[in-house]
Design a protein around this ligand. Structure first.
Ligand code: PMT
Length: 406
Protein backbone atom coordinates (compact mmCIF):
# COMPACT_ATOMS: atom_id res chain seq x y z
CA UNK A 1 0.00 0.00 0.00
CA UNK A 2 2.91 2.34 0.85
CA UNK A 3 0.63 5.11 2.14
CA UNK A 4 0.48 7.32 5.20
CA UNK A 5 -2.62 6.73 7.28
CA UNK A 6 -3.79 8.89 10.15
CA UNK A 7 -5.83 6.60 12.37
CA UNK A 8 -8.35 8.24 14.69
CA UNK A 9 -9.26 5.89 17.54
CA UNK A 10 -12.54 6.87 19.18
CA UNK A 11 -14.09 5.60 22.40
CA UNK A 12 -15.74 2.26 21.72
CA UNK A 13 -15.00 -1.25 22.94
CA UNK A 14 -13.70 -2.09 19.43
CA UNK A 15 -10.76 0.22 20.15
CA UNK A 16 -9.09 -2.84 21.68
CA UNK A 17 -8.72 -4.15 18.11
CA UNK A 18 -6.79 -1.10 16.91
CA UNK A 19 -3.27 -2.38 17.79
CA UNK A 20 -4.02 -5.31 15.48
CA UNK A 21 -5.41 -2.90 12.88
CA UNK A 22 -2.20 -0.84 13.01
CA UNK A 23 -0.19 -4.03 12.59
CA UNK A 24 -2.28 -5.16 9.60
CA UNK A 25 -1.99 -1.76 7.90
CA UNK A 26 1.76 -1.70 8.45
CA UNK A 27 2.09 -5.25 7.12
CA UNK A 28 0.72 -3.85 3.87
CA UNK A 29 3.40 -1.18 3.81
CA UNK A 30 1.39 1.75 5.22
CA UNK A 31 2.85 4.01 7.86
CA UNK A 32 0.34 4.73 10.58
CA UNK A 33 0.14 7.71 12.90
CA UNK A 34 -2.50 7.62 15.63
CA UNK A 35 -4.79 10.24 17.16
CA UNK A 36 -6.36 8.77 20.30
CA UNK A 37 -9.46 10.35 21.85
CA UNK A 38 -10.02 10.38 25.61
CA UNK A 39 -12.78 7.79 25.10
CA UNK A 40 -10.48 5.62 23.00
CA UNK A 41 -7.87 5.75 25.74
CA UNK A 42 -10.38 4.02 28.07
CA UNK A 43 -10.04 0.90 25.90
CA UNK A 44 -6.49 0.96 24.56
CA UNK A 45 -3.38 2.57 25.98
CA UNK A 46 -1.36 5.22 24.13
CA UNK A 47 1.76 3.19 24.91
CA UNK A 48 0.45 0.12 23.07
CA UNK A 49 -0.47 2.18 20.00
CA UNK A 50 2.86 3.97 20.12
CA UNK A 51 4.68 0.62 20.25
CA UNK A 52 2.80 -0.95 17.33
CA UNK A 53 2.85 2.18 15.15
CA UNK A 54 6.46 3.02 16.06
CA UNK A 55 5.34 6.64 16.11
CA UNK A 56 4.12 9.21 18.59
CA UNK A 57 0.45 9.01 19.55
CA UNK A 58 -1.36 12.37 19.45
CA UNK A 59 -4.01 13.10 22.10
CA UNK A 60 -4.29 16.70 23.14
CA UNK A 61 -5.47 19.69 21.13
CA UNK A 62 -3.91 22.02 23.64
CA UNK A 63 -0.48 20.39 23.94
CA UNK A 64 2.16 23.07 23.46
CA UNK A 65 4.78 20.47 22.59
CA UNK A 66 2.62 18.72 20.02
CA UNK A 67 1.54 22.01 18.47
CA UNK A 68 5.14 23.21 18.14
CA UNK A 69 6.30 19.87 16.72
CA UNK A 70 3.32 19.14 14.46
CA UNK A 71 0.38 21.56 14.51
CA UNK A 72 -3.08 20.04 14.23
CA UNK A 73 -3.52 21.45 10.72
CA UNK A 74 -0.27 19.85 9.61
CA UNK A 75 -1.30 16.61 11.34
CA UNK A 76 -4.55 16.62 9.39
CA UNK A 77 -2.72 17.03 6.08
CA UNK A 78 0.34 14.88 6.68
CA UNK A 79 -1.50 11.69 5.76
CA UNK A 80 -2.84 10.34 2.48
CA UNK A 81 -6.05 9.33 4.18
CA UNK A 82 -7.72 9.59 7.60
CA UNK A 83 -9.25 6.40 8.96
CA UNK A 84 -11.63 6.64 11.91
CA UNK A 85 -11.82 3.25 13.62
CA UNK A 86 -13.77 2.57 15.66
CA UNK A 87 -16.12 5.32 14.49
CA UNK A 88 -18.59 5.61 17.35
CA UNK A 89 -22.08 7.14 17.06
CA UNK A 90 -20.72 10.12 18.93
CA UNK A 91 -17.77 10.89 16.67
CA UNK A 92 -19.90 10.33 13.55
CA UNK A 93 -22.42 12.86 14.89
CA UNK A 94 -19.68 15.38 15.66
CA UNK A 95 -18.15 14.87 12.21
CA UNK A 96 -21.51 15.26 10.50
CA UNK A 97 -22.18 18.52 12.33
CA UNK A 98 -18.71 20.01 12.06
CA UNK A 99 -17.84 20.07 15.75
CA UNK A 100 -14.20 20.60 16.60
CA UNK A 101 -14.05 20.14 20.34
CA UNK A 102 -11.04 17.84 20.65
CA UNK A 103 -7.96 16.96 18.61
CA UNK A 104 -9.69 14.17 16.64
CA UNK A 105 -12.64 16.24 15.46
CA UNK A 106 -10.47 19.32 14.85
CA UNK A 107 -8.18 17.26 12.63
CA UNK A 108 -11.20 15.81 10.83
CA UNK A 109 -12.66 19.27 10.21
CA UNK A 110 -9.35 20.75 9.10
CA UNK A 111 -8.36 18.01 6.70
CA UNK A 112 -8.36 18.21 2.93
CA UNK A 113 -7.68 14.45 2.68
CA UNK A 114 -10.13 11.60 2.05
CA UNK A 115 -11.79 10.22 5.17
CA UNK A 116 -12.80 6.60 5.76
CA UNK A 117 -14.84 5.46 8.77
CA UNK A 118 -15.37 2.01 10.28
CA UNK A 119 -18.50 2.39 12.43
CA UNK A 120 -18.77 0.41 15.67
CA UNK A 121 -21.57 0.74 18.17
CA UNK A 122 -24.55 -0.95 19.76
CA UNK A 123 -27.09 -2.16 17.19
CA UNK A 124 -29.87 0.19 18.42
CA UNK A 125 -27.52 3.17 18.28
CA UNK A 126 -26.50 2.16 14.76
CA UNK A 127 -30.08 1.76 13.60
CA UNK A 128 -31.23 5.02 15.25
CA UNK A 129 -32.44 7.50 12.59
CA UNK A 130 -29.99 10.10 13.93
CA UNK A 131 -26.98 7.84 13.29
CA UNK A 132 -28.33 6.75 9.91
CA UNK A 133 -28.88 10.40 8.93
CA UNK A 134 -25.36 11.29 10.06
CA UNK A 135 -23.88 8.42 8.06
CA UNK A 136 -25.91 9.41 5.00
CA UNK A 137 -24.71 13.01 5.35
CA UNK A 138 -21.08 11.91 5.66
CA UNK A 139 -21.40 9.53 2.70
CA UNK A 140 -22.93 12.34 0.61
CA UNK A 141 -19.86 14.44 1.47
CA UNK A 142 -17.56 11.72 0.15
CA UNK A 143 -16.70 9.85 3.35
CA UNK A 144 -16.16 6.14 2.67
CA UNK A 145 -17.87 3.78 5.11
CA UNK A 146 -16.47 0.31 5.87
CA UNK A 147 -18.91 -2.03 7.63
CA UNK A 148 -20.17 -2.41 10.24
CA UNK A 149 -20.44 -6.20 10.42
CA UNK A 150 -23.34 -8.20 11.79
CA UNK A 151 -22.76 -10.28 14.89
CA UNK A 152 -22.88 -10.66 18.65
CA UNK A 153 -22.02 -7.41 20.41
CA UNK A 154 -20.12 -6.80 23.63
CA UNK A 155 -23.43 -5.52 25.12
CA UNK A 156 -25.11 -8.90 24.51
CA UNK A 157 -27.26 -7.81 21.57
CA UNK A 158 -27.01 -9.13 18.04
CA UNK A 159 -27.08 -7.29 14.71
CA UNK A 160 -25.16 -4.72 12.69
CA UNK A 161 -22.75 -2.61 14.70
CA UNK A 162 -19.56 -4.65 15.12
CA UNK A 163 -16.49 -2.95 13.71
CA UNK A 164 -15.18 -4.82 10.66
CA UNK A 165 -12.22 -7.04 11.46
CA UNK A 166 -8.76 -5.40 11.19
CA UNK A 167 -7.73 -7.72 8.33
CA UNK A 168 -10.81 -6.78 6.39
CA UNK A 169 -10.37 -3.02 7.03
CA UNK A 170 -6.72 -3.26 5.92
CA UNK A 171 -7.73 -5.16 2.75
CA UNK A 172 -10.45 -2.60 2.09
CA UNK A 173 -7.97 0.26 2.40
CA UNK A 174 -5.50 -1.48 0.11
CA UNK A 175 -8.24 -1.95 -2.51
CA UNK A 176 -9.34 1.61 -2.01
CA UNK A 177 -5.83 2.91 -2.61
CA UNK A 178 -5.45 0.65 -5.65
CA UNK A 179 -8.67 2.01 -7.07
CA UNK A 180 -7.59 5.62 -6.56
CA UNK A 181 -6.70 7.57 -9.64
CA UNK A 182 -3.26 8.26 -8.17
CA UNK A 183 -0.12 8.15 -10.27
CA UNK A 184 0.69 4.69 -11.63
CA UNK A 185 4.27 5.16 -12.75
CA UNK A 186 4.64 1.47 -13.68
CA UNK A 187 1.42 1.25 -15.72
CA UNK A 188 2.09 -0.63 -18.94
CA UNK A 189 5.12 -2.47 -17.47
CA UNK A 190 5.21 -6.19 -16.82
CA UNK A 191 7.04 -7.23 -13.64
CA UNK A 192 8.05 -10.82 -12.94
CA UNK A 193 8.70 -11.57 -9.27
CA UNK A 194 9.90 -14.81 -7.68
CA UNK A 195 9.16 -15.54 -4.05
CA UNK A 196 9.36 -18.23 -1.37
CA UNK A 197 11.47 -21.34 -1.17
CA UNK A 198 11.69 -24.21 -3.62
CA UNK A 199 11.09 -27.80 -2.57
CA UNK A 200 13.42 -30.35 -4.13
CA UNK A 201 12.04 -33.88 -3.80
CA UNK A 202 14.04 -36.69 -2.20
CA UNK A 203 11.19 -39.11 -2.73
CA UNK A 204 7.41 -38.56 -3.13
CA UNK A 205 7.02 -37.45 0.51
CA UNK A 206 10.33 -35.86 1.50
CA UNK A 207 12.10 -32.80 0.15
CA UNK A 208 15.01 -30.41 0.64
CA UNK A 209 13.89 -26.86 1.37
CA UNK A 210 14.87 -23.68 3.22
CA UNK A 211 13.27 -21.27 5.65
CA UNK A 212 11.94 -18.64 3.21
CA UNK A 213 8.35 -17.63 4.02
CA UNK A 214 7.72 -15.62 0.85
CA UNK A 215 6.90 -12.49 2.89
CA UNK A 216 9.52 -10.36 1.16
CA UNK A 217 8.77 -11.49 -2.39
CA UNK A 218 4.99 -11.32 -1.97
CA UNK A 219 5.28 -7.81 -0.51
CA UNK A 220 7.31 -6.74 -3.53
CA UNK A 221 4.68 -8.15 -5.88
CA UNK A 222 1.97 -6.19 -4.01
CA UNK A 223 4.02 -2.98 -4.05
CA UNK A 224 4.57 -3.26 -7.81
CA UNK A 225 0.83 -3.86 -8.35
CA UNK A 226 0.15 -0.70 -6.32
CA UNK A 227 2.31 1.31 -8.73
CA UNK A 228 0.32 0.01 -11.69
CA UNK A 229 2.59 -2.77 -12.98
CA UNK A 230 1.12 -5.97 -14.40
CA UNK A 231 2.70 -8.47 -12.04
CA UNK A 232 3.38 -12.17 -12.50
CA UNK A 233 4.42 -13.72 -9.20
CA UNK A 234 6.09 -17.13 -9.42
CA UNK A 235 5.88 -18.53 -5.94
CA UNK A 236 7.34 -21.59 -4.28
CA UNK A 237 5.28 -23.30 -1.55
CA UNK A 238 4.30 -20.67 1.07
CA UNK A 239 1.50 -20.20 3.57
CA UNK A 240 0.60 -16.70 2.37
CA UNK A 241 -2.47 -15.56 0.44
CA UNK A 242 -1.88 -14.54 -3.18
CA UNK A 243 -1.36 -10.78 -3.39
CA UNK A 244 -4.44 -9.07 -4.85
CA UNK A 245 -4.02 -7.94 -8.43
CA UNK A 246 -1.05 -10.21 -9.30
CA UNK A 247 -1.16 -13.30 -11.53
CA UNK A 248 0.30 -16.02 -9.32
CA UNK A 249 1.96 -19.15 -10.66
CA UNK A 250 2.49 -21.76 -7.94
CA UNK A 251 5.50 -24.03 -8.35
CA UNK A 252 7.47 -26.44 -6.19
CA UNK A 253 10.98 -26.98 -7.53
CA UNK A 254 13.67 -24.74 -9.00
CA UNK A 255 13.23 -26.27 -12.43
CA UNK A 256 9.47 -25.60 -12.32
CA UNK A 257 10.21 -22.04 -11.19
CA UNK A 258 12.55 -21.47 -14.12
CA UNK A 259 10.01 -22.89 -16.58
CA UNK A 260 7.24 -20.66 -15.15
CA UNK A 261 9.50 -17.59 -15.33
CA UNK A 262 10.54 -18.27 -18.90
CA UNK A 263 6.91 -18.88 -19.82
CA UNK A 264 5.96 -15.49 -18.34
CA UNK A 265 8.45 -13.52 -20.49
CA UNK A 266 8.67 -10.94 -21.93
CA UNK A 267 8.90 -8.72 -18.87
CA UNK A 268 10.26 -5.24 -18.26
CA UNK A 269 11.24 -5.91 -14.67
CA UNK A 270 12.43 -9.00 -12.79
CA UNK A 271 12.76 -9.16 -9.02
CA UNK A 272 14.21 -12.49 -7.90
CA UNK A 273 13.39 -12.71 -4.21
CA UNK A 274 12.91 -16.48 -4.08
CA UNK A 275 15.29 -18.60 -2.07
CA UNK A 276 15.89 -21.09 -4.84
CA UNK A 277 17.60 -24.31 -3.77
CA UNK A 278 21.03 -24.43 -5.35
CA UNK A 279 20.94 -28.21 -5.53
CA UNK A 280 18.37 -30.94 -6.06
CA UNK A 281 18.61 -34.66 -5.46
CA UNK A 282 20.04 -36.05 -8.68
CA UNK A 283 17.93 -39.20 -8.73
CA UNK A 284 14.86 -38.57 -6.55
CA UNK A 285 13.20 -41.90 -5.68
CA UNK A 286 9.88 -42.65 -7.38
CA UNK A 287 8.63 -44.38 -4.22
CA UNK A 288 9.03 -43.64 -0.54
CA UNK A 289 12.50 -44.61 0.69
CA UNK A 290 12.30 -47.35 3.31
CA UNK A 291 14.15 -47.51 6.61
CA UNK A 292 14.87 -51.22 6.40
CA UNK A 293 17.80 -51.46 8.81
CA UNK A 294 20.33 -51.79 5.96
CA UNK A 295 22.76 -49.20 4.64
CA UNK A 296 21.76 -45.59 5.13
CA UNK A 297 20.57 -43.94 1.92
CA UNK A 298 22.95 -41.35 0.52
CA UNK A 299 21.83 -38.42 -1.55
CA UNK A 300 23.70 -37.37 -4.64
CA UNK A 301 23.05 -33.75 -5.49
CA UNK A 302 22.87 -32.07 -8.87
CA UNK A 303 23.09 -28.33 -9.46
CA UNK A 304 19.83 -26.51 -10.15
CA UNK A 305 19.57 -23.98 -12.96
CA UNK A 306 20.26 -20.42 -11.85
CA UNK A 307 17.04 -18.56 -12.62
CA UNK A 308 18.41 -15.08 -11.96
CA UNK A 309 21.49 -15.67 -14.11
CA UNK A 310 19.34 -17.15 -16.88
CA UNK A 311 16.96 -14.16 -16.91
CA UNK A 312 19.91 -11.74 -16.81
CA UNK A 313 21.56 -13.15 -19.94
CA UNK A 314 21.90 -10.54 -22.70
CA UNK A 315 19.46 -11.07 -25.55
CA UNK A 316 16.33 -9.64 -27.16
CA UNK A 317 14.06 -10.93 -24.34
CA UNK A 318 16.26 -9.66 -21.51
CA UNK A 319 14.10 -7.57 -19.17
CA UNK A 320 15.18 -3.94 -18.98
CA UNK A 321 15.80 -4.13 -15.23
CA UNK A 322 16.79 -7.32 -13.41
CA UNK A 323 17.01 -7.17 -9.63
CA UNK A 324 18.39 -10.03 -7.56
CA UNK A 325 18.81 -10.66 -3.88
CA UNK A 326 21.91 -11.87 -2.08
CA UNK A 327 21.25 -13.82 1.10
CA UNK A 328 24.48 -13.96 3.09
CA UNK A 329 25.55 -14.83 6.59
CA UNK A 330 28.98 -13.18 6.50
CA UNK A 331 30.92 -10.66 4.41
CA UNK A 332 27.52 -9.57 3.12
CA UNK A 333 28.63 -6.70 0.89
CA UNK A 334 31.62 -8.45 -0.63
CA UNK A 335 29.65 -11.60 -1.47
CA UNK A 336 26.75 -9.54 -2.80
CA UNK A 337 29.06 -7.50 -5.09
CA UNK A 338 30.52 -10.76 -6.41
CA UNK A 339 27.01 -12.19 -7.02
CA UNK A 340 25.92 -9.06 -8.87
CA UNK A 341 28.88 -9.45 -11.25
CA UNK A 342 28.57 -13.23 -11.57
CA UNK A 343 24.83 -13.38 -12.22
CA UNK A 344 24.75 -10.35 -14.53
CA UNK A 345 21.74 -8.62 -12.94
CA UNK A 346 21.48 -4.83 -12.71
CA UNK A 347 20.84 -4.37 -9.00
CA UNK A 348 21.21 -6.64 -6.04
CA UNK A 349 19.57 -6.31 -2.63
CA UNK A 350 21.94 -7.77 -0.06
CA UNK A 351 20.48 -9.00 3.22
CA UNK A 352 22.07 -10.71 6.19
CA UNK A 353 20.27 -13.99 6.81
CA UNK A 354 22.23 -15.11 9.91
CA UNK A 355 19.72 -16.74 12.30
CA UNK A 356 20.03 -13.85 14.81
CA UNK A 357 18.68 -11.37 12.23
CA UNK A 358 15.38 -13.21 11.74
CA UNK A 359 15.40 -12.20 8.06
CA UNK A 360 14.25 -15.62 6.89
CA UNK A 361 10.61 -15.88 7.92
CA UNK A 362 10.58 -12.62 9.95
CA UNK A 363 8.74 -9.37 9.28
CA UNK A 364 11.68 -7.01 8.91
CA UNK A 365 14.70 -6.69 6.68
CA UNK A 366 17.83 -4.58 6.51
CA UNK A 367 18.82 -4.06 2.89
CA UNK A 368 21.94 -2.85 1.11
CA UNK A 369 21.01 -1.87 -2.44
CA UNK A 370 23.91 -2.26 -4.87
CA UNK A 371 23.53 -1.03 -8.45
CA UNK A 372 26.03 -2.03 -11.14
CA UNK A 373 29.02 0.30 -10.88
CA UNK A 374 27.77 2.21 -7.83
CA UNK A 375 28.54 2.13 -4.11
CA UNK A 376 26.10 0.27 -1.84
CA UNK A 377 23.21 2.21 -0.32
CA UNK A 378 22.14 0.96 3.11
CA UNK A 379 18.47 1.28 4.06
CA UNK A 380 17.25 1.36 7.66
CA UNK A 381 15.91 -1.83 9.23
CA UNK A 382 12.32 -1.78 7.89
CA UNK A 383 9.18 -3.93 7.84
CA UNK A 384 9.32 -6.08 4.68
CA UNK A 385 6.33 -4.22 3.22
CA UNK A 386 8.22 -0.94 3.57
CA UNK A 387 11.28 -2.52 1.92
CA UNK A 388 8.93 -3.52 -0.91
CA UNK A 389 7.41 -0.05 -1.21
CA UNK A 390 10.83 1.51 -1.28
CA UNK A 391 12.10 -0.89 -3.92
CA UNK A 392 9.02 -0.34 -6.09
CA UNK A 393 9.56 3.43 -5.85
CA UNK A 394 13.24 2.98 -6.83
CA UNK A 395 12.17 0.89 -9.81
CA UNK A 396 9.61 3.52 -10.86
CA UNK A 397 12.26 6.28 -10.62
CA UNK A 398 14.66 4.18 -12.68
CA UNK A 399 12.14 3.96 -15.52
CA UNK A 400 11.23 7.64 -15.22
CA UNK A 401 14.93 8.49 -15.50
CA UNK A 402 15.45 6.16 -18.48
CA UNK A 403 12.39 7.64 -20.22
CA UNK A 404 13.77 11.13 -19.59
CA UNK A 405 16.94 10.20 -21.47
CA UNK A 406 15.00 9.33 -24.65
O1 PMT B 1 10.89 -15.24 2.16
P1 PMT B 1 11.23 -14.48 3.42
O2 PMT B 1 11.05 -15.31 4.68
O3 PMT B 1 10.49 -13.15 3.49
O4 PMT B 1 12.79 -14.12 3.39
C1 PMT B 1 13.27 -13.24 2.42
C2 PMT B 1 14.58 -13.75 1.80
C3 PMT B 1 15.67 -13.80 2.85
C4 PMT B 1 14.38 -15.14 1.20
C5 PMT B 1 14.94 -12.73 0.64
O5 PMT B 1 15.09 -11.45 1.20
C6 PMT B 1 16.20 -13.15 -0.08
O6 PMT B 1 17.31 -12.88 0.31
N1 PMT B 1 16.01 -13.87 -1.22
C7 PMT B 1 17.09 -14.52 -1.97
C8 PMT B 1 17.47 -15.81 -1.31
C9 PMT B 1 18.58 -16.52 -2.01
O7 PMT B 1 18.40 -17.61 -2.49
O8 PMT B 1 19.71 -15.84 -2.09
P2 PMT B 1 21.06 -16.37 -2.82
O9 PMT B 1 22.10 -15.40 -2.36
O10 PMT B 1 21.26 -17.79 -2.56
O11 PMT B 1 20.76 -16.18 -4.35
C10 PMT B 1 21.08 -14.99 -5.05
C11 PMT B 1 20.02 -14.65 -6.07
O12 PMT B 1 19.97 -15.68 -7.06
C12 PMT B 1 18.62 -14.53 -5.52
O13 PMT B 1 18.00 -13.48 -6.22
C13 PMT B 1 17.96 -15.86 -5.87
O14 PMT B 1 16.57 -15.72 -6.09
C14 PMT B 1 18.67 -16.22 -7.17
N2 PMT B 1 18.83 -17.64 -7.43
C15 PMT B 1 19.58 -18.43 -6.62
C16 PMT B 1 19.77 -19.76 -6.94
C17 PMT B 1 19.17 -20.27 -8.10
N3 PMT B 1 19.30 -21.53 -8.43
N4 PMT B 1 18.42 -19.47 -8.88
C18 PMT B 1 18.24 -18.18 -8.56
O15 PMT B 1 17.55 -17.46 -9.29
Amino acid sequence: MGKRILLVVAGGIAAFKTPDLVRRLRERGASVRVVLTDGGAQFVTPLTLQAVSEDKVYRDLWSLTDESEMGHIQLSRSADVILVAPATANILARMAHGLADDLATTVLLATDKPVIVAPAMNVRMYEHPATQANLALLAARGVTIIGPDDGAMACGEFGPGRMSEPLSIAAHLADWFTGQAGPKPLAGRHALVTSGPTHEPIDPVRYIANRSSGKQGHAIAAALVALGARVTLVSGPVALPDPAGATVLHVESAREMLAACEGALPADIVVAAAAVADWRVADAAGQKLKKDGGALPSLTLAENPDILATLSKPGPERPALVVGFAAETNDVLAYAQAKLARKGCDWILANDVSPATGTFGGDRNLIHLIRQGQSPETWPDLPKMEVATRLAAEIASHFEFENGKK
